[in-house]
Design a protein around this ligand. Sequence first.
Ligand code: ADE
Ligand code: ZN
Ligand code: ZN
Length: 248
Amino acid sequence: WGYTGHRTIGQLTENYLSPNAKASVKELLGDTSIAEACTWADEARKYPELKETANWHFLNVPLGLSFKEFKNMVDTLKQANVYSALLKAEETLKQKSITKKQKTEALKFLLHFVGDIHQPMHVSRAEDKGGNTIQLNYEGKGTNLHSLIDTKLLEHGGLKFDSLALKFSKISKRKVRRWQRDEPIIWAWESYKISSELYAEVDEMKTRNIGDEYYQKHISMIELRIQQASIRLAGVLNEIFKDVNSNE
Ligand code: ADE
Ligand code: ZN
Ligand code: ZN
């Protein structure tokens, strides 16, 4: 996602945090809001000492895998990727004997990667760099499939992240419970299924021009993935910080 997507996720996540989780996150982030902290990992990848983290934002596998094959392949990927980075950040946050600075960094990575693993084009094919090399036109400008799903559809309406979070905030208790039961491998699998569909669709398109019907068809998927990322991020944080003294 772009900054709008990540910030919308952070803002929406706030609504679902337990008092404990809220206090622990605030203690780690200080004056920085969750929404703001959600984009830090995209800055961090530009720092020379953190440039190896660029691969942590996505994972690439071939199309056509069954769930079993997908899980097996993701579990044994040699490259660090969004799935392994997410699990590692979660593990780090649960450790007792690390510094506050290390915890804060792990939290900022976690806030970002729960978002990215829900972006369908971040669980995608290597040969087109997750759709980055699939050129398209949208709103009179050149773009690509990756960017269309990262930012262009979400930002089409011109709303800022706080308005988007409000717009996406009606989520039934039943959905919250159901989504929070799923493990991260399921989050990745859902993205994989959606990206497979998005690839098939552009393959069949007779034109490179993306029109309003594409927006109308896909905007509810974008909304769903942002809602699921937010709800699941809150679930993970509530679990990590369920112990009152976890942050002492
Ligand atoms: N962003 C940059 N490279 C990517 C890739 N190969 N897959 C998904 N997202 C990416
Ligand atoms: Zn992206
Ligand atoms: Zn990212």
